[in-house]
Design a protein around this ligand. Sequence first.
Ligand code: PDD
Length: 283
Amino acid sequence: MTELPDGDRIVYLNGEFTPLRDAKVSVLDRGFVYGDGAYEVVPVYRRKPFRIAEHLARLAHSLGGIRLADPHPERWAGLIAELVARQPFDDQSVYLQVTRGVARRDHAFPANVTPTVFMMSNPLALPTREQVERGVRVITAQDTRWLHCDLKVTSLVGNVLMRQLAVDHGAVETVMFRNGYLTEASASNVLIVRDGGIVAPPKDNLILPGITYDATFQVAKAAGVPAEIRAVSHAEAMGADEMWLSSSTKEVLAVTTVDDAPFGNGTPGPVFRRVWEAFQAMK
Ligand code: PDD
């Protein structure tokens, strides 16, 4: 079995802070039985959650999208602050999830059930120096997931299969295309660079509206890099000067190998270097 995090680590479950080893959920939890829940991953730099308001707004959007009432909209920031304070490390990755709760198995929503709320925080595992300096390898595939990819929900088997495909090929991500257009990767957004400017697909139902995607656009614009949001065809993506991944745990990362062939000139491009530096200064 893969090594589990330290059992002494303090997590939050349904109103209580408790060591991980004591946090237990019923096998009838709809998160377990149906993947019926929503989640967030919030990066924390030097004990300060990054763009917390934006993450909580997206959680509200995801919960609304699956018709699950937010159990305590006004308490999230305080609970996250307490969880962060209880960890022995400064840079963290807070994971939180809300499921529809414990009920007799039936697809339809159960009546009068209390949602399950779980939160944990792990050390923030950012890309290695080598990954930043040399770029990473991705493969490409058809996007076969459902049509509500804007919702950050715990039913992730579509993304899990895509990520495993990448691992099977010694790559860090699978970059997906739907009907000939770029969508995103299994756990990150994808941006390209053309003629010195960033282009990325619109935040519609086909991609997760990434908080890092927004942050990248912001720092790029502030650094004087043109940035445009529009549909990106397969041909345009594959012929781009640069390709980047963005996510809370990858920040912004250059892709230098696609489907076993060097991408662009095979090293992180000049626009990436500029925006990566600006991102580090901003975070
Ligand atoms: N994943 N697209 C998908 C499918 C994702 O799962 C993620 C993040 C992103 C990037 O979103 P953000 O910039 O807000 O992290 C895009 C997180 C990190 C995860 O599931 O672990």
